[in-house]
Design a protein around this ligand. Sequence first.
Ligand code: GLC
Length: 600
Amino acid sequence: MLDGAKARYTHIAETNNLLAEKSERRVCKRLAILEERDTVASMTSVLLSSQWWRSAVIYQIYPRSFADANGDGMGDLLGIRDRLPELAELGIDAVWLSPFYTSPQRDAGYDVADYCDVDPLFGTLDDFDSMTARAHELDLRVIVDLVPNHSSSDHRWFQEALLAAPGSDERARYIFRDGRGENGELPPNNWDSVFGGRAWTRTEKADGTPGQWYLHLFDSTQPDFDWNNPWVRRQFDDVLRFWLDRGVDGFRVDVAHGMIKADGLPDWAPPVAGGSMGGASTAADAAELATSRAPYWAQDGVHEIYREWRHILDSYDGERILAAEAWVDPVTDMAKWVRPDEMHQAFNFPYLETPWAAEPLRAVIDASISAFSAVEAPSTWVLSNHDVVRHASRLALTAVNPQGHGIGPRSAGLPIPEVGLRRARAATALMLALPGSAYIYQGEELGLPEVIDLPDEAREDPTWFRTSGERYGRDGCRVPIPWEADSPSYGFSPTAAAWLPQPADWAPLARDAQRNVSDSTLTMYMTALALRRAHELGTGELEWLDSGEKTVLALRNGDVLVYANTGDTAVTMPAGEVLLASGTLSNGELTADTTVWLRA
Ligand code: GLC
């Protein structure tokens, strides 16, 4: 038995040809330990968990909007804990929680004032432990968000820096500079903030006269750290250890392409149509791309930081992972974040930004698999998160909408909801058939659309304020999710409170209204996830087939055939046993915007 299991493991490793040398050594060590233990049961469980992240489906929880246990209208950790069984039932492998740390919430928690504590809005460290324990009981791994590019301006480290003199050790933690102009009245360079407006704010001296400027790629309440300073690195080593010691299974690393800035902080003019976080470049070729890259995105120096972190993670038992939020184009460059001694995964934003059309989809899938496998990493797939227009709306937009701008009542090219949902379901069915790891953003399993008509006074995204309402920002994808059709705030909270107002027509989208309903979006997700697991699609291999139609993608992954019709007319479908369909099939035809899985 032991030999059989070993052979099976070797076979998986060889077939996928994915194991980095280092990981292989770890696995061997594990096998040796197992031989000592000599129990097949424990061997099986370790084998199953080996390299879990290569094929995992990871569900993003946005704590503010997931579930509120204490009734204040803001989601919290105990709310999450109590809803975890429903996520286990959905069929995911891990959860990633957006920040719940101490924070003045100027950027919804991505402005951290204490990296090692829980904000009272979300609960306590004990609540975190209780939530994590429950997740582990349910075989769900827990990934937390790490926000290392900047802290909150409320953080003690920054407050001390403000009080200290220019040139002091305290100021060296962040990026303080003298201004340009005769009296330093002009910012040190021309950089804009991701959220609009300039990326520098001038300080005031104790006597009230103007002082140095500090850099903030995001809001003025989010000063950037100077990652060239070893002191900063040491603090974050401790932060990593703090959460690893508490049992987390990994970190999603915020702005993982922004922590090092080009020497001399040179001026730079961003492309007008670019997304707010970089990526989605309009450059014609690699050479143009290199020169058109912002001096604060994707600088080579970031990689050294991740190599150090990888050492720390590897010194812990289990397989703890790092996942990069790095908006980097092209995907061959993004793959640098996941070289064998760096992070495990990087969010595939080029995939997320691809329109619902067969040709570009095939190109980005090919480019992703080839770029990531060249560095022995799995590709990831993602369609929605808390920073982008939900894909049930985005895929039906008819006007350009750069990432971060969001949509609202006055936006051009607003989606037709039915088209959006149809495409979103088809896009998800395609995504979940691909080999690699997939991310799901809370509420997409319910088919939630972007909330377009939020009242202006309810909006909280700093983008909205920093652009004086010119960009709506990201609130529309962050509305608390509906659990129960007939409860106040749709079961999000025991009271009717919700920090962003929920649309009046969401009752049919509530989880309990979709559960066990054969054609609901929730059922489609659950079926797809169960099939994905049963047919081992996450560790499979993709082979393109000729669909005979320009608008139809056709592929095989193991014993599953997938046809995705991105066009607006029905096409003839091959015969076969239907395992999953994202929409209604009629008379042997694959309808517009529909994906089907057939048994090969
Ligand atoms: C990341 C987060 C986003 C946040 C920004 C600044 O992009 O996903 O929500 O506003 O970083 O921390």
